[in-house]
Design a protein around this ligand. Structure first.
Ligand code: ATP
Length: 210
């Protein structure tokens, strides 16, 4: 089992405790995490990425307990093993598309995918030298997907990748994420309130607000 998360609980300051369902995902599998707005989906994604520490429970990725790592070791482990597609692209405005991906490459300290080939597969090969400031919303989102994939991570976490997309583009983005995850043999977890995604990823769990 690539990823196991048992009995995870977390409370934001001054907020109720959130309890999450058990998660088990193997390499090459895709899991959908559904839940209403405010139920704790982004919180769960941050716990799985080691960006937050659970109040109780454990995240084990590829046999490694995230709670046993901290500081630079945790950052390096995340950089090598986890690709994150955040809700907003968070691209570095001073850099062009290719440079944004090169930075992810650099921080992972490993040989990843060929940047131009990956951008081409995502349909934005012609944007490699473009400033990220001039990208459309959909293009910026595909760059953020490319940035999550370029390091060949074992786990891909995507937060609401389709919330602002129409049906056609929702289908395109989910297909892209699934096919790219399969290509590199990664596990894919998509966190969303978008019920449309269920049509494409049948395996799902739900986060329920207490
Ligand atoms: N930094 C924070 N400080 C305090 N409360 C927070 C913080 N971040 C999130 N929360 C609260 O924790 C709960 C879960 O938030 P979270 O962002 O995980 O939900 P979500 O399911 O991802 O929502 P959405 O679908 O709207 O993005 C919400 O009630 C939210 O207001």
């Amino acid at each position: 089992m690539l990823l196991k998360a048992n009995s995870l609980q977390y409370a934001h300051p001054g907020q109720d405790l959130i309890s999450f369902p058990e998660i088990r995902v193997d390499s090459g599998e895709a899991l959908l995490v559904l839940g209403k707005s405010g139920s704790g989906k982004t919180t769960l994604l941050n716990l799985l990425a080691g960006l937050l520490n659970p109040k109780s429970g454990e995240v084990i990725l590829d046999g490694v307990k995230l709670s046993a790592l901290s500081g630079q070791k945790l950052d390096l482990f995340r950089g090598k093993n986890i690709g994150i597609v955040f809700q907003k692209p968070h691209l570095i405005a001073a850099l062009n598309v290719r440079q944004n991906l090169e930075l992810a490459h650099f921080f992972s300290k490993k040989k990843g995918q060929d940047i131009i080939q990956l951008l081409t597969e995502l349909g934005i090969g012609d944007k490699a030298n473009t400033s990220v400031l001039t990208l459309s919303e959909g293009e910026a989102q595909r760059v953020s997907i490319a940035r999550a994939l370029v390091t060949n991570p074992k786990l891909i976490l995507a937060d609401e990748p389709t919330s602002s997309l129409d049906d056609e583009n929702t289908e395109k983005v989910i297909r892209l994420l699934k096919s790219q995850a399969q290509k590199i043999g990664a596990a894919l977890i998509i966190v969303t309130h978008d019920q449309r995604v269920k049509n494409h990823i049948p395996h799902f769990i739900e986060v329920l607000a207490s």
